[in-house]
Design a protein around this ligand. Structure first.
Ligand code: ADP
Ligand code: NA
Length: 327
């Protein structure tokens, strides 16, 4: 796949949770093997659409960098970089914003959701899908791994590529979605909702640096139901099915194989098996995160090299854009 280019970003929210890992990051790792040109960005410009403490943000960026490396992202195979350090993102975002109508943004799902909670969202929150489009187009990316929740944002990027090309001549390819795994990890406390870092219940979310004891406790407290055997039926038995999903994904086996392993076990005993699978999968990652976090200078160096490489790709594109626009 010579001419393909993959772009994806993740907000520096600190150490990822099991849902991020199984739903997104494992896929990121396999994409780096399948495509020759891949960029992964820690999108700190996006993160300030919500209030951030500067000291904590700086820590969170390094936590995310360490986590990505520990999960298997290889900076020799991909460009791993920090969005804010490549100022072309902000510049292209401004230009694309001038091609975006207000109503086009009003109906996007994240704005609807987050501005409702906040009453008054910022301009940054409102226009952040434009910045997302800039992130993608800045590298003339062709493929973007997205979850279903991001499909409408990718459609904006496609529209903006078309609109820009229409106004100023062909510059951007229209990026297409790489619909990533439909694997959704649910909250351990309310398995009708997804596992999320914003869940106020601590016991609901497994973080990839959780200790084996923490993992065991959280899984022991996981909501199941009044049936004692193990089966996979996400509609009627969301709690138990979530454990099967987690077991299969962390052990690298199919759901059927997981169920075979659960034969004869009640949900209580099965939780021990699931715990073992999760602990085994996360243990080396957790240890590697701790090693990497002890050497922040190394992490900064990895990011700094990624930033330069990203900038090298971005600057001729921005030069072309500026010229087309008439600057
Ligand atoms: P959160 O919901 O915790 O805020 P994000 O929205 O920052 O997580 O998601 C980052 C990435 O992780 C996205 O690609 C998203 O699709 C994926 N992801 C988040 N939560 C889950 C989950 N519970 N199961 C599977 N994938 C998830
Ligand atoms: Na989110």
């Amino acid at each position: 796949k010579g001419s393909s280019r993959v772009f994806s970003g993740i907000q520096p929210t600190g150490v990822p949770h099991l849902g991020n890992f199984l739903g997104a990051l494992e896929n990121w790792v396999s994409l780096q093997e399948q495509h020759s040109s891949v960029l992964y960005s820690i999108v700190d410009l996006h993160s300030i659409t919500q209030p951030q403490d500067p000291t904590l943000l700086r820590e969170n960026i390094l936590d995310m960098a360490a986590s990505l490396l520990a999960c298997g992202i290889d900076p020799e195979k991909v460009i791993l970089f920090q969005q804010s350090q490549v100022s072309e993102h902000a510049e292209l975002s401004w230009i694309l914003g001038c091609l975006t109508s207000m109503p086009r943004l009003r109906h996007l799902p994240q704005w609807k959701m987050k501005s409702k909670v906040k009453q008054e969202g910022s301009v940054g929150l409102y226009t952040y899908p434009v910045l997302q489009a800039a992130d993608i187009l800045l590298y003339k990316s062709t493929h973007v791994p997205v979850g279903e929740d991001q499909v409408q944002h990718l459609e904006l990027a496609q529209d903006l590529a078309r609109i820009f090309n229409h106004h100023y001549g062909d510059v951007f390819p229209e990026p297409c979605a790489l619909l990533s795994s439909t694997r959704k990890v649910k909250s351990l406390r309310d398995p009708t909702n997804k596992m999320s870092k914003s869940d106020p219940q601590k016991m609901a979310t497994i973080t990839i640096t959780d200790s084996p004891d923490d993992i065991a406790l959280k899984i022991r407290r996981a909501v199941t139901d009044f049936t004692s055997d193990v089966s996979f039926d996400p509609e009627r038995r969301p709690g138990v099915s979530n454990l099967v999903t987690i077991h299969a994904a962390t052990a690298g086996i199919s759901v059927d194989e997981a169920l075979r392993g659960a034969a004869g076990l009640d949900t209580g005993a099965y939780k021990t098996l699931v715990t073992e699978a999760v602990v085994q999968r996360l243990q080396p990652i957790r240890e590697q995160i701790h090693r990497l976090r002890a050497e922040p200078a190394h992490l900064e160096q990895v990011l700094s090299r990624g930033n330069s490489r990203a900038k090298e790709l971005a600057s001729p594109v921005i030069a072309e854009v500026r010229h087309r626009v008439g600057f």
